[in-house]
Each structure stands twice: as C-alpha cells, then as structure tokens.
Design a protein around this ligand. Structure first.
Ligand code: SF4
Length: 380
C-alpha cells in the first residue's frame, strides 16, 4: 500500500453509530482533513443495495452507500477496518474497492487490518497521514481511543436516564450536546472536561427515580448493535417503554480486545470472558461476534438481567449459528431472549410490535417472580 503524499487530502470513514467522532479526532490530530459522510439514511441504503449482491449482509450495503456518498461529496480516500477472519468481513474491503472502481469512482481505498494489532494501527496512521512522527501518531491514537471510551460512558449514562426521564427526549438532547462538545476537544484536558460536562448535562435530566425499569442487555453483530440507523434506534424505542439497555458489544470492548496492548488492559476483556463462559455451548471462535453473543446470555443471567435482545443482519453466518444455540440456552438459563434479524426490508411497525410484546413478557415474568417471592414464608 503506497502512503498518502499530500496532507491536504480528505479521508472518509463509513458510519457506525458515533464512531465518526473518534475517526475525526484521530485525523485532526494527524493534520488530515476528515470528511464525515452524510449520516446513513434511506438514500445511503438504496445506493448500497443497488450496487451490492442481494445476499450480502446489511453492513456491507451501508458501508458501500456511505462510500459512494462520500466520494460524491469530494473525498480523495475512503477507509475502513478489515479483518481477514472467518466471516465475510475479510472480503469486504477488496469487494468494495472493486465495485467503486467498476462504478467509475476515482477515490482510493485504504484499510486498517484488524489482525495487525497496535503496530498495524501505527503503520496505518502513518500511511494515511504521510507522517513518520511517532509521537504525533501515538497521541492521535490515544486521543481517538479516549474519545471512544468517553462516548461509551456517555452512552451508558444516557441509557439510565432515558428509561426514567419525565419528558421523552431530554436525555438524548443532552447526549447530543455532549457529543458536540467532545468534537471540539483539542487535547486530553478538553476531552476530560467535555466528558465531565456531558455526564453532568445528562444527569440533570428530570427523572422518576422510583420508576419500575426493566434491564436488558443488547448483543449481536457489533455493527448492528452500535448503529442506530440499522437497528432502527432500538435503544430509544426501548427507553420510551421504560427499559434500560446495556450494550454488551461496544467499540470500547472491541478496542480492548483488538488494538490495545495487553499491558494496558485491566481485568478480563469481553473476548476473554466469552471464551470462559461460552464453553458449554460453543468451543471456539466461529467468526463475527457469535462467541461473545453466546457468552452474553450467561453473563446477563449472572447479573440477574430481565432479558436479552440479539440483533443481527440477514444472512450473517456467525449469528445464524448463535441463534441456533439460543433455544437450548433459553431452557437452561430461563432468560427471555429476543432475536431480531435486520435487513433493508425490515418494516418498522412489525418490529415495534415485537419489542412491545417482549417488554410485556419481561414485565409479566418479573411480576410473577415478585408474587412468588412474597408467598415464600419469611424466616422468623
Ligand atoms: S459478522 Fe456477519 S454481518 Fe458482520 S461481516 Fe461477518 S457475516 Fe457480515
């Protein structure tokens, strides 16, 4: 891969929730101009679908759509993360680059190979910026990683307040303000302040502290879990129903497993926990996030969570496997599990009805457990 010579070039990344904030931070720190493609929309989906094989998974179509919109917006380079693993993600990059070429687009394609770890990340930053200044590169990576951690912290705060807020939408407005503050940060001090103010802003949302809130873990294929467009803003819908959602797969947990060197990690990572917990049902990594998803069921049970929602793209091979393991797990752990498959055909009305029915099921189960508990004679 030849390095990029001109530092004034514009580089675009595909969307996945708020990940663009971290990319933007890294590029700004390297002196490269970030280009944020229009946020994923029906137009993006239609551009991607029109130029993709029908049976390819939804993230591929959306990434391609993002790239087409970015190139039409004038970028020089499009870039994404790739991993030569067991599932199709390893083929995405080459396919997308080829499709863009066949469509006559001139932008170059550059990728970060996930399996190259931290050193790969340094090399990638050097190629994308044309810089060999390793201090600058390390600082850019550090700022981007801290940005991801900050946003994930804000996200879990949002989830708590969203499920209890008096005026629907207040906590999300505070969250969006916090994201804008983070985007303005130029150094660690400003980033820390933006996070502190953001947490304060969200926690000033007026809430009903005594509300009987359900707790749900959200797991599945990482792109769909973290991308509001592809999961049809599930967390907002559930929040309005009084459900606090915890994302089991976050970009922070992914970074801890894939990029951050071992000596900087504290405690057990998500993948390490997955290998430990999933063993009775799945002995090895079968690609994508299937191992993590299977283990997340057991982790949710361990913490007495009310239910688990599993989201995956239509035709996602690893998640087809995990979905086939869930029926047995449902029996063993007595935990409500809802599996939702998303694609460009997923209709909103039917999807909301399924969420409502699942919430209703969890409430009845919880109520029944309380009644049983009250019937149990108390020890004197
Ligand atoms: S994990 Fe699933 S959705 Fe993601 S690239 Fe692999 S097959 Fe596609």
């Amino acid at each position: 891969m030849k390095k990029i010579e001109n530092k004034k070039i514009k580089v675009a990344f595909p969307h996945m929730g708020t990940i663009y904030v971290a990319w933007e931070m890294a590029l700004k720190k390297m002196g490269v101009e970030p280009y944020i493609p229009p946020y994923t929309s029906k137009k993006t989906l239609s551009l991607g679908t029109k130029n993709s094989p029908e049976a390819i998974c939804l993230p591929y179509k959306l990434i391609l759509g993002n790239f087409i919109e970015a190139i039409e917006g004038g970028v020089d380079y499009v870039s994404m993360i790739a991993s030569p693993g067991i599932c199709r993600l390893g083929e995405y990059g080459r396919n997308i680059a080829q499709v863009l070429k066949e469509l006559g687009y001139k932008a170059n394609y550059i990728e970060l190979n996930l399996y190259d770890g931290f050193l790969g990340m340094i090399d990638y930053m050097s190629r994308i910026s044309g810089s060999k200044n390793y201090f600058k590169i390390l600082n850019a990576i550090y700022m981007a990683v801290r940005t991801v951690f900050a946003i994930d912290e804000l996200q879990s705060f949002l989830s708590y307040y969203r499920a209890r807020e008096i005026h629907i939408g207040d906590s999300e407005k505070a969250f969006n303000r916090a994201i804008n503050e983070i985007r303005k940060a130029n150094n660690m001090k400003e980033l820390r302040n933006a996070l502190k103010n953001g947490l304060k802003g969200i926690s000033s949302t007026e809430i009903d502290k005594n509300k009987d809130v359900l707790k749900v873990d959200l797991t599945g294929e990482i792109y769909i879990v973290n991308d509001e467009f592809s999961n049809q803003n599930m967390e907002r819908e559930l929040g309005a129903m009084g459900v606090q959602v915890r994302r089991s797969l976050t970009v922070s947990s992914f970074l801890k497993d894939a990029i951050i060197p071992k000596m900087f990690k504290k405690g057990e990572t998500h993948l390490e926990r997955a290998y430990r917990l999933a063993k009775p049902y799945l002995m090895r990594d079968i690609g994508g996030d299937a191992l993590e998803c299977v283990s997340d069921v057991l982790y949710a049970k361990e913490r007495n969570i009310d239910g688990l929602i599993h989201v995956s793209p239509f035709t996602c091979m690893p998640e087809i496997m995990s979905q086939n393991i869930f029926p047995k797990m449902r029996e063993d752990v007595n935990l409500p599990i809802l599996s939702l498959i998303m694609d460009e055909q997923t209709g909103r009305a039917g999807y909301i009805t399924r969420l409502e029915a699942f919430v209703d099921l969890m409430r009845r189960k919880k109520m029944k457990a309380k009644i049983e508990e009250n019937k149990t004679p108390q020890k004197v």
